[in-house]
Design a protein around this ligand. Structure first.
Ligand code: RTP
Length: 155
């Protein structure tokens, strides 16, 4: 297991098919950029069933699992790697609670969604899952490029 520096923490974030079809991709990317995270991977992808099942394997016994897999494979998704200090937990805050009716206004789901089965976006729930999911969705080198943000020292 590779240990990453604190400011190189990574989260796998994905705009789900409803978010793509509703034209929310730019608004979502904008929220992560304005917070101060760095986009380190990006691709549009038609998800095959086996990848959706692997990604959500912890939910495979849930009654909604077949509908969830069908939803994620119903149209293109936007796969992203976001990097930065505390990004995993912070992304979950930017995204909001799983059920959009419980998500606070100002969060992505709170502002843009109503149905739990159409909740626009995914974000990793732990560092370990972030790295696991990046490995599932991005093959080596694909959709990524090495770059270092230009950081001015604080005044
Ligand atoms: P995600 O993994 O997509 O970021 O969502 P999450 O952690 O907030 O929620 P999780 O419990 O992991 O559920 C994964 C996704 O399954 C769908 N879901 N449907 N019909 C239902 O009752 C139900 N419950 C969950 C949602 O799309 C949720 O994001």
């Amino acid at each position: 297991v590779t240990t990453r520096a604190a400011n190189q923490e990574r989260s796998y974030v994905m705009v789900k098919p409803d978010g793509v079809q509703r034209g929310l991709v730019g608004k979502i990317i904008s929220r992560f950029e304005r917070k101060g995270f760095y986009l380190k991977g990006l691709k549009m992808f038609n998800c095959p069933e086996d990848i959706a099942k692997e990604h959500y394997k912890d939910l495979s016994s849930k009654p909604f699992f077949p509908d969830l897999v069908e939803y994620i494979c119903s149209g293109p998704v936007i796969c992203m790697i976001w990097e930065g200090k505390g990004v995993v937990k912070s992304a979950r805050k930017l995204i909001g609670a799983t059920n959009p009716l419980e998500s606070e206004p100002g969060t992505i789901r709170g502002d843009f969604a109503v149905e739990v089965g159409r909740n626009v976006i995914h974000g990793s729930d732990s560092d370990e899952n972030g790295e696991r999911e990046i490995g599932i969705w991005f093959s080596s080198g694909e959709g990524t490029a090495e770059w270092t943000p230009h950081m001015e020292p604080w005044l």
